[in-house]
Each structure stands twice: as structure tokens, then as C-alpha cells.
Design a protein. Sequence first.
Length: 273
Amino acid sequence: MSIALVTPKHYFVDEAGDPVLFDSKGRVLIGSEGCSCYFAVGLLDVPDPVGLADDLKKLRADVLADPYFKKVPSMQPEARKTALFFHAKDDLPEVRREVFKLLQRQPIRFSAIVRHKQSVLDYVRSRNQRDTAYRYKPDELYDHAVRRLFKERLHKHDAYNITFAIRGNSHRTAAFHLALEQSRERFALEHSRAAVGQLAVQAAYPTSEPALQAVDYFLWALQRTIEKREDRFLELLWPQCSLVVDVDDTRQAEYGTYYTRKKPLTAAALKSG
């Protein structure tokens, strides 16, 4: 009797910006030096993680072997930047362009949840008025974004391999797994359809999981659009984007604004402020 092989769905998850609202003394940090105005969690659906990893490794080897980059500081191993892995914020524009071209050829799909931190702050203050014991924790914004991002993505396959980028020194694997299970439970309740696929969850650094480097590039392009209103990078990658939800843009619907391949996210389309 033959045994059917299960081909898992591979998802890779990272974030852009940060979920921090206050400093240690309770002062609002949004928009101050080093603190973003927006927070996003992105997911990359990768059919062939090994193939993508091989392509990224080959590109990095080609870049490092190019005499044009020989004396560039970020290319030196001791800098722990491009010599080890691609990171859009640190990579040179010439390198960034090559990574974008590589990603444009890949059969990958990106989705993201975007939050306006000022809107989150308004919610926190409103909740504090109703419940004086409530204290905002940055992880709750991250976990809420994860639940919404995965809500309809964990019920079609028999198995899922989900890798999320380690945030600082925090692995939070158990918390991430719990957020995924809660997402599946809510979907099951709303649709009367149980999701039984096995979840394999791990935390990793982009040096060990190159697909996380690809997620970083998509998120960097998204962040440039929402923070800087510079959308030329996201425009390059939009054919690989499935869905971006701007949760706090409720101009037309209370559940937010949805951007799809047929309705691109551009700087002009974003809510001001």
C-alpha cells in the first residue's frame, strides 16, 4: 500500500516598524527619532524555499565576487551585513536593485497587515478609560496582526511550515503558535469548517532562513510607501503581492482598506496623516 506524501505550505513572516507606543515613563514615542508611525507584519508564501534560498545565495556570492564592491564596508564579513545576508535597509542601491530583479522572477506571494500607531494609541487610551487596569503591551499588536494575517490561510492544506523572524532576542515561538491556533479557531467558528492541517512553527534568523531575507525586502518596499510615501519599490514587487490590509484606513469600511493585485497600494491611495 502506497503512502501519500504530504507537501506542506511554506510561510515566512517578518515585521516592519515596531509595535512600541510608549517609553518606560509612559510618554508617547510615535514619530519620534527611531520610532515608526506605522507597524506591519508581512507573510511570504514560498512554494520552493530551497530554490529561493539557492538563488539568493548565488546572487550574494556573485555580488561579493564583483570587484566593483570590493572595498564597500557593508560587503566586509566583520560588518555582518551584506556579506552574511541581504537586508534592504543596509544593502547598497546597486545590490538592492539586483535583489528586486531576482524577487520579480520568483513564484512567491506576499501579504501584509498594516497598522497606524496613532489609531492604536487612540484605542489604548479609550480602553484605559473603560478599564483602568489595562496596560498596553507591544506584543499584543504583533499577535493581533498575526491572527488577522493568517485568518484564512490555515484551512486548505494538510500541513504548514511557518517560519517567523526572531525579533531581537525574543523567540516567542509558543506565543506565535498560540496566535495561529486562535486564528484557525476563529475561522472555524465563522465558517463552520474545522482546520486540521498540522502546524510546524519555528523562529529563525535570516542568515539561516534566506526566505526571510525576501520577506524583509517586501516589507522594506511597503514601509517606504507608507512611511515615506515613496512607492516605486513596491510598484516593482506588486505583481508578487496578493493582499495588503490597511486596518486603520476606515474611510470606506470599518474593517479597513484592502489592496490587491488589481487594486495596487500607492502613495496616492493612502490615508493622509
